[in-house]
Design a protein around this ligand. Structure first.
Ligand SMILES: Nc1ncnc2c1ncn2[C@@H]1O[C@H](COP(=O)(O)OP(=O)(O)OP(=O)(O)O)[C@@H](O)[C@H]1O
Length: 551
C-alpha cells in the first residue's frame, strides 16, 4: 500500500456538552471505497465535516496524502483536493443544472464549453450522465443527487466524501451510485461513503469503520471483516436478533442474517410465511405482524378512513404526474405504495398533505371531503403526514425541538393565555425519550441534531397526534439507523393496531412486503393493483407491475 489518502489520528470534536467524536483513528487508502457506519448521532457527519473544513478538530490530527491537513474552510479543503456531497442538497433549485455547476465552484472558473467537455469526461469515466438544461426544481431527488456528485467530481478531487447519499435514492439509483463509487475508486481516488445499509457496504466497500457514540467500535478491510461483525459493532447485538422487516430494510436477507441480498429491489425474497398467513380471498389480517393479530372477514369491512378517488395531477411542465389514481385505506390496515421513484408517488403524498392542488378527483378523510382543505384542517381532522423530504418539508431548523414537536398544538400548553413552557418542555422531553432522540434537551435548535435524529423528531410529531385517524408516511425508514427503523416500523404497526389507517410510500419493496396488508404500485401516474401481500407470488406481481406489465 502507498501513502494513505486520509488518516485521522486520535481525532476528537465536541459541541458544547455533546462529545461527537472522541479519539478516532481512521485510515482511508487511495483507490478504495471506505464505508463509515454507525447509528444516528454516532458522529459520521461530524467526521466528514472535519475533513471538509466545516470546523476544526478539538484534538488529534488529520493527514491528507501523508501531509498534515488543517483546512479552515470548505474552500480550503476543496483546494487541497477534497470534495463532499452533503446529506442535504445544496443546489439552487430556481437555477438550471448548468447554472448551478458554473456558479457554485468556489473560485473554479469554468466556461460553458469547458463544462461540457468536463462533463463528457465524467460521464465516460464514472458513468454519470446529467442533463445540463434541466431546472433543478423539476428534477426528482435521485437526479439532483447525481448533479451533486458531478459537482463534487468537477475539481478532480483525490478524496470524495459522500455523506449518506443513498438515503434519498431508490434501489435502481443505489445500484447506479455503487457503480459510480467503484469507478471513482478504480480511477485511484479515495471514496468515503457514509451509509446505514449493510447491504450496500457488502457490495461496494473495500474497508469500513464503525462509529458508536463518537468512538471507533469496529471495522477493517472487507471481506476479512464480515458484515455480521460490522452489524454487531454497530448495534452491539447479533444479526439473528433482528426483526425480519428491519433486516430487509438494511439490505440483509431476513432468513440468513449473515448473507446479503445481492439484488435488492422488487424481486427479492421476503417470503410470506404460509403457516401464519390466511388463505388469499378468505379473510385478511388487520394486525401488524401478518398472521399474528386480529382478522376481519371481507364481508365485514369497515368504511375507508382515507379515499383517493380518480385524482389527476399535472406537473408544472404540463406532464401528467397522477392519472385518475384511486385507493382506499381502511381503519387498522397498512396499505403500501411501491414503485420506481418519479411515477407519481411524491405528487400523491403532496396532494394528501395539502401542498399540491388536484386537476380532477377527490380526497376524503373519514367521509369528509378534504380535496381543497389546507394542511392545518387536515391535521385537525386526524391526518398525519410524514413527508419524504423531512428536512425541507417537515421541520424548521432554527426552531427548538419542543417548538417543532408542538407547533400545531401549542393550545395544549396554554394556561390563562400564557404558554406554560415548563409543561411543554416536559412533554417534549417525554417524546424525545420515547423516540430515543439523541439531543441535549428539548430547547436546542432542530438544526443542531444529526440528520437521523431530526427525522425521528418529525416522526414523533406525526405519530403522537392525539386524534390520529390516518397516517401517510413517505419513505419512513430512510436515513434511520437499525434501532430507529425497528422502532418506526413497530410504531406504524401499533398505530394500525389502534385502528388508524396507515399508508406507506416506499421504494423498499421487501420492507413493504413485510409490513403491509395490500400494496399498490405507482406506474406512470397510475396506481396498479392492489397486490395482497398474503399471495405467495406477491413479490413477483409487484415486480411485474413496476415494469408496467399489466396484472
Ligand atoms: N453543529 C452542531 N451543534 C451541536 N451539536 C451537533 C452539531 N453537529 C453535530 N452535533 C451533535 O453531534 C453528534 C453527532 O452528530 P452527527 O451529525 O455527526 O451524527 P451522524 O452519525 O452523522 O448521525 P445521522 O446518521 O443521524 O446523520 C449528535 O449528537 C449531534 O446532535
Amino acid at each position: 500500500m502507498g501513502t494513505p489518502a486520509l488518516t485521522l489520528h486520535g481525532v476528537g470534536k465536541s459541541f458544547g456538552a455533546v462529545r461527537a467524536l472522541h479519539d478516532v483513528d481512521v485510515t482511508v487508502e487511495s483507490g478504495t471505497v471506505h464505508c463509515v457506519l454507525g447509528e444516528n448521532g454516532a458522529g459520521k457527519s461530524t467526521l466528514c465535516n472535519l475533513v471538509f473544513g466545516g470546523y476544526p478538530a478539538d484534538t488529534g490530527r488529520i493527514e491528507l496524502g501523508g501531509k498534515a491537513f488543517r483546512p479552515d474552510s470548505p474552500a480550503a479543503a476543496m483546494r487541497a483536493g477534497v470534495a463532499m456531497v452533503h446529506q442535504h442538497f445544496s443546489l439552487v433549485t430556481t437555477m438550471t443544472v448548468a447554472e448551478n455547476l458554473l456558479l457554485t465552484q468556489h473560485g473554479l472558473r469554468l466556461r460553458r464549453a469547458d463544462l461540457t467537455n468536463r462533463l463528457d469526461e465524467i460521464a465516460h469515466r464514472y458513468r454519470l450522465r446529467i442533463d445540463l438544461d434541466q431546472q433543478v426544481a423539476t428534477m426528482p431527488v435521485g437526479a439532483r443527487q447525481k448533479v451533486e456528485i458531478v459537482k463534487a467530481l468537477l475539481r478532480d478531487p483525490a478524496l470524495i466524501l459522500l455523506d449518506e447519499p443513498t438515503g434519498v435514492l431508490d434501489p435502481a439509483e443505489i445500484d447506479a451510485l455503487i457503480d459510480t463509487c467503484r469507478a471513482i475508486a478504480a480511477d485511484g481516488k479515495a471514496v468515503v461513503l457514509v451509509t446505514h445499509k449493510l447491504g450496500e457496504v457488502a457490495r461496494v466497500a473495500d474497508a469500513a469503520t464503525v462509529l458508536r457514540r463518537g468512538t471507533v467500535a469496529g471495522g477493517g478491510p472487507l471481506p476479512e471483516t464480515t458484515i455480521s461483525e460490522l452489524l454487531t459493532a454497530m448495534v452491539g447485538r447479533e444479526a439473528t436478533d433482528l426483526d425480519p422487516t428491519v433486516a430487509a430494510t438494511i439490505g440483509l436477507d431476513p432468513g440468513e442474517p449473515a448473507q446479503i441480498l445481492t439484488a435488492p429491489g422488487p424481486v427479492t425474497s421476503v417470503a410470506t410465511d404460509p403457516t401464519t398467513s390466511p388463505a388469499a380471498g378468505e379473510h385478511r389480517t388487520t394486525g401488524r405482524r401478518r398472521g399474528e393479530t386480529v382478522i376481519t372477514h371481507e364481508s365485514n369491512q369497515p368504511a375507508a378512513v382515507l379515499t383517493v378517488d380518480r385524482v389527476t395531477v399535472h406537473r408544472a411542465d404540463g406532464s401528467i404526474a397522477l392519472d385518475e389514481a384511486s385507493l382506499a385505506v381502511r381503519p387498522g390496515e397498512i396499505v403500501g405504495i411501491a414503485g420506481v421513484e418519479g411515477n407519481g408517488q411524491s405528487e400523491l403524498v403532496a396532494v394528501l398533505a395539502g401542498g399540491t392542488p388536484v386537476r380532477a378527483g377527490t380526497v376524503a378523510l373519514a367521509g369528509a371531503d378534504i380535496t381543497t382543505a389546507n394542511p392545518a384542517t387536515r391535521t385537525s381532522l386526524g391526518l398525519g403526514v410524514v413527508p419524504e423530504d423531512r428536512h425541507r418539508d417537515g421541520m424548521v431548523a432554527d426552531m427548538t425541538l419542543a417548538e417543532n414537536l408542538f407547533l400545531g398544538s401549542l393550545g395544549r400548553f396554554r394556561r390563562f393565555g400564557l404558554l406554560d413552557k415548563q409543561a411543554m418542555g416536559r412533554a417534549a422531553q417525554a417524546e424525545l425519550d420515547r423516540f430515543d432522540v439523541r439531543a441535549a434537551g428539548p430547547w436546542v435548535p432542530m438544526g443542531s441534531l444529526s440528520g437521523g435524529n431530526q427525522q425521528k423528531v418529525v416522526l414523533a410529531r406525526e405519530l403522537s397526534s392525539a386524534n390520529l385517524r390516518c397516517l401517510v408516511a413517505a419513505q419512513p425508514t430512510r436515513g434511520l439507523d437499525i434501532g430507529a427503523v425497528d422502532f418506526v416500523l413497530t410504531q406504524l404497526r401499533q398505530a394500525a393496531a389502534r385502528g388508524c389507517g396507515v399508508l406507506v410510500v416506499s421504494s423498499e419493496v421487501p420492507e413493504l412486503l413485510a409490513l403491509c396488508d395490500r400494496i399498490f404500485v405507482a406506474y406512470r401516474g397510475e396506481l396498479a393493483g392492489p397486490v395482497e401481500t398474503t399471495d405467495s407470488d406477491a413479490a413477483q406481481q409487484i415486480s411485474e407491475l413496476m415494469m408496467g406489465v399489466a396484472a
